[in-house]
Write a new protein. Structure first.
Length: 134
């Protein structure tokens, strides 16, 4: 009978001991899973910060490149505008010179008159307009 009582007490003590051992093991396992999840969460947050930082740096680089390109194009446009203005002023000057020559030529043609015979013996007869000396 003592053997039965010892066996029953052993079963009860073993069951209680097993229960606590299993509880501690489960708790340790849960803690390790929780720690792993916490580590992964921290790693994910760090990775997120790194990606945001890289994205911001890339955005700044793109904006800087665009500003540089804009400045180059602005300078090119300014050069073209200057060239066009120079050409316009040169064209205006040539038109003015042409008009001046035209006016001078008209004045000369109005003042030069020849006789029907034309020029003879280095004498010029003035007073009669003619075309082709007639």
């Amino acid at each position: 009978m003592i053997e039965i009582i010892i066996a029953a007490v052993s079963i009860i003590v073993g069951s209680v001991g097993g229960y606590f051992w299993r509880k501690n093991t489960a708790q340790a396992n849960a803690n390790s899973i929780e720690a792993v999840a916490e580590n992964r969460l921290i790693e994910a947050k760090n990775k997120e910060k790194d990606l945001l930082l890289k994205a911001k740096e890339q955005a700044i680089k793109i904006i800087d490149d665009a500003k540089k390109e804009e400045e180059v194009r602005r300078k090119d446009i300014e050069k073209m505008r200057t060239r066009i203005e120079d050409r316009e002023s040169m064209f205006d000057k040539k038109i003015s010179e042409f008009d001046s020559r035209k006016t001078k030529a008209k004045g000369r043609s109005a003042t030069i008159m020849t006789s029907s015979k034309g020029i003879e013996d280095e004498t010029i007869t003035l007073g009669k307009k003619s075309l082709l000396g007639q």
